[in-house]
Design a protein around this ligand. Structure first.
Ligand SMILES: C[S@@+](CC[C@H](N)C(=O)[O-])C[C@H]1O[C@@H](n2cnc3c(N)ncnc32)[C@H](O)[C@@H]1O
Length: 255
């Protein structure tokens, strides 16, 4: 019998050991798909950056790496979870020096990273959903502070509503030598939050070798709600961006 590890997420600030289980499986199960998705969603905006790119909740580095390729500017990767940062740094370690020298990893939540007027493009992919309203409220001023006037934020919206029944998503299995890695995500409503339980396994021809579980919490919020919050913090909609998956706002020149 192999241990089952469950990490209960705190409600306000994320524990630094979050993603301790998930980090091992994150890239092998999701990186290929995510790489294409982030290039598609943010690549053109990142390529226009003239000062710097901020990756908020960099995880294992999907947006960070894409930004290093698509832009010529400095990249700030903000990632508080040690396990995710470990994968991120391992990735950065194999980059050519000229790319690695352009990226700085900040091992904090954004509101503790002390970044002021360092970027003109900020990306927040697959992160806002993991933040309770109180954490979002401290995130927005920190994004605003990191952006220069005229800079823009592109963020992937959280689920708009609570699921009415359990949503189960199987992550495509991947072979690594003699072993096959797999995962399954189950999202269910728990009060006003979404409980996302992720089950991982590694199997060989003889059967399952080990299994792990990590549980995350998500907070749904509509596009209108997030837009209104951002407006309160001095952002305005960026014209010409109507992709329903991404909210694009800018920090006006004079504010
Ligand atoms: C679901 S992961 C997504 C990682 C990456 N953006 C991706 O799509 O692969 C969310 C990440 O946001 C980080 N995070 C949580 N709160 C944060 C905050 N306040 N500031 C910056 N990062 C945060 C977590 O540690 C986690 O790695």
């Amino acid at each position: 019998m192999h241990p089952v590890v469950t990490t209960e997420a705190p409600t306000a600030r994320q524990h630094p050991d979050s993603y301790a289980v998930t980090a091992e499986f994150y890239d092998i199960l999701q990186a290929d798909q995510d790489e294409k998705r982030v290039r598609h969603l943010y690549g053109r905006q990142v390529a226009k950056a003239r000062l710097g790119v901020l990756d908020i909740g960099a995880g294992t580095g999907r947006v960070t790496l894409m930004s290093l390729v698509e832009s010529q500017v400095d990249v700030h990767a903000v990632e508080p979870a040690r396990a995710m940062r470990t994968s991120l740094l391992t990735r950065l370690a194999v980059l050519p020096a000229r790319q690695r020298e352009r990226v700085t990893v900040h091992p904090h939540a954004l509101d503790q990273a002390s970044l002021y007027a360092v970027v003109d493009v900020a990306v927040c992919h697959n992160t806002v959903a993991c933040l309770p309203p109180a954490a979002r409220d401290v995130l927005w001023p920190a994004v605003r502070a990191a952006l220069v006037p005229g800079g823009s934020l592109f963020l992937q919206l959280p689920p708009a509503v609570l699921p009415t029944r359990d949503i189960v998503r199987l992550l495509p299995e991947k072979r690594v030598g003699e072993h096959v890695y797999g995962g399954r995500m189950t999202m269910s409503t728990a009060g006003y939050r979404i409980r996302t339980r992720v089950d991982y396994w590694v199997r060989s021809e003889q059967g399952v070798l080990r299994e792990h579980t990590e549980t995350f919490w998500m907070w749904p919020a509509s596009r209108a709600r997030i837009s209104a919050d951002l407006e309160r913090h001095g952002f305005v909609p960026l014209p010409g961006h109507d992709d329903p998956r991404v909210l694009a706002v800018t920090r006006p020149d004079r504010s």
